[in-house]
Write a protein of this length. Structure first.
Lengths: 112, 112
């Protein structure tokens, strides 16, 4: 229905839940965020991403992955990229990252 | 730092990832959403919730739970409440719900 939803396969698969409060100003964040999504989608095992942020700058992004190995490979790649940028300290006032194994999924589109 | 973050314990624990596109108009949604959060926080095993929505009405809410049993009890309670309301069909154009087991967590506040 909306392309904001990730078209994930049947579980099990993995989710990286990233919740973050953005700092004021862009400071190169927009460019970086776009590049990160492009980078993730090329990564083996990438299943999709859902992302949203309110007007106060509080955002949640959930990326979905086929395996823990896929997450580890993507993280290494991303850490390298982020290290070349001004980095998390500038973009985020606070953040939490959680790695979780998706066990069940339901959706309206699937008729539930 | 921000009270928008859930203060979760060390993993493992569970996450319910709910991504949804809201329909136009309130239709009693605001009241219901508030009541649902209040209801969840009183539920045994509730660990916290993080929630955000963009201007186009695409939202992600992640609630955290101590166990699958806690999720099941909350879901039964919520289904009962929602059934008394106009319900999901009116509030959401589309949604996905995923139940996942959080295995690892990192945060800026923890110095990582």
């Amino acid at each position: 229905m909306s392309n904001k939803f990730a078209r994930t396969p049947e579980p099990p698969y993995y989710a990286v839940i990233f919740s973050a409060q953005r700092t004021e100003g862009d400071n190169g964040y927009g460019d970086m965020a776009e590049r990160m999504v492009a980078l993730a989608s090329q990564q083996p095992g990438f299943l999709g991403i859902e992302s949203t942020r309110d007007e106060a700058g509080f955002g949640i992004s959930v990326s979905y992955w086929a395996s823990e190995e896929a997450i580890a490979a993507w993280k290494a790649n991303m850490d390298h990229q982020v290290a070349q940028q001004s980095g998390k300290r500038v973009w985020y006032a606070d953040y939490q990252l959680r790695v979780a194994k998706v066990e069940r999924a339901y959706g309206k589109s699937k008729g539930k």
